[in-house]
Design a protein around this ligand. Structure first.
Ligand code: NAX
Length: 340
């Protein structure tokens, strides 16, 4: 093998997204065809058999890039020396559960995992939180890893929302998804998120807004489509998938998590993408909230940087503010639990 394997930890390794993630990572889809990986799968005792079974299948794939697979229910073992931590396992909302209960249950997972990352992960670890409520779980994990690991090394996944937005636009415009650049998801990975196409362009530089107006019969029709169809459809796509498929998004979520880590590690290719990162006050978002922004990465362990200076009109500012308010409420609820 070319180089020392990169340790990648997946929590919830016995769950659905974990299962969809690990084979693609082992095949080189995330870190490239030259970087061997060592996988660590973290589970709770009830999930251990499923994760162990997945590890047997990984062995049966004989992936040339896969150096090793460990399955454990001990966070200190799972995160020991890890460079990339993908926090997927979370406590789902069950019937009758209030938002505060959900936040508290997940604080009980992401607090200890953040502690363990601070204690034993590689200093250069990068963490992506997939498990919901992803933004606030990332906030909790980052606070719990502090001061050993800087909080900017923690991110949350909004790339699935980003990719969903690109997919919807591609269909509406009759172009390939790869033709659409500079879509932005702002805010929380929840129904309040704001999928923003006002900076999006096609390969010839034509603004997507203009292309939509041409295709839909004018600016007013394009605005109505964005407000009434596009934004709610992207924001509620998870529910649509459950209704049609009878089960939640799995392969598309794993794919987005791979896109997120790949672009962060190797660099964004064309234009910007979306990721939830710790706010430094950009666009007026209160410092410390884990908020989805337009980001780019130059690779080489540079991490995601917020792209500043994009113009937001009044309508866009109101939508961003509504989602940021929700993030602040989640943070306050977690603070009230004494977690932060
Ligand atoms: P599953 O229920 O299939 O798998 C979750 C796994 O996590 C289970 O095997 C469970 O035993 C394990 N787990 C629970 N607590 C754990 C802990 N403390 N340590 C280690 N493992 C633990 O769910 P799946 O479909 O894989 O979804 C995982 C999470 O992703 C959910 O929270 C889901 O809401 C979230 N999603 C986030 C998305 C995003 O874009 N940010 C989109 C997809 C998905 O909805």
């Amino acid at each position: 093998m070319a180089s020392e394997p990169t340790t990648v930890t997946i929590t919830g390794g016995g769950g659905q997204i974990g299962y969809a993630l690990m084979f693609r990572i082992a095949a080189g889809d995330m870190l490239g065809p030259d970087r061997p990986v060592r996988l660590r799968l973290l589970e709770i005792p009830q999930g251990m058999r499923a994760a162990e079974g997945a590890a047997l299948e990984l062995q049966d794939c004989a992936f040339p890039l896969l150096a090793d697979v460990d399955v454990t229910d001990d966070p200190l073992t799972a995160f020991n020396g890890t460079r990339i931590a993908m926090l997927v396992g979370a406590r789902p909302r069950t019937a009758g559960m209030e938002r505060g209960d959900l936040l508290a249950a997940n604080a009980g997972i992401f607090g200890p995992q953040g502690n363990a990352i601070g204690a034993v992960a590689d200093d250069g670890v990068r963490v992506v939180v997939v498990g919901n409520p992803a933004n606030t779980n990332a906030l909790i994990a980052a606070a719990s890893a502090s001061p050993d690991i800087p909080s900017e090394r923690f991110t949350a996944l909004t790339r699935l929302d980003h990719n969903r937005a690109v997919g919807q636009l591609a269909e509406a415009l009759g172009v390939a998804p790869g033709d659409i650049a500079d879509v932005v998801i702002w805010g929380n990975h929840s129904a309040t998120q704001f999928p923003d196409v006002s900076h999006a362009i096609l390969p010839d530089g034509m603004p997507v807004l203009e292309a939509l107006a041409e295709r839909l019969g004018g600016e007013a029709a394009a605005t109505a489509w964005l407000d009434d169809v596009f934004i709610p459809r992207v924001a509620k796509r998870g529910a649509e998938i459950i209704e049609v498929r009878g089960s939640s998004s799995v392969a598309s979520a794993a794919n987005a998590a791979i896109d997120h880590v790949r672009d962060e590690q190797l660099g964004t290719r064309r234009g910007l993408t979306s990721a939830a990162v710790v706010s430094r006050g950009e666009y007026g978002v209160p410092e410390g909230l884990v908020c989805s922004f337009p980001v780019t990465s130059r690779g080489h362990d540079d991490g995601y940087r917020v792209v500043e200076g994009l113009d937001l009109d009044e309508r866009a500012r109101a939508r961003v503010a509504a989602s940021v308010d929700e993030l602040a409420l989640e943070r306050d609820a977690v603070r009230a639990l004494g977690v932060l």
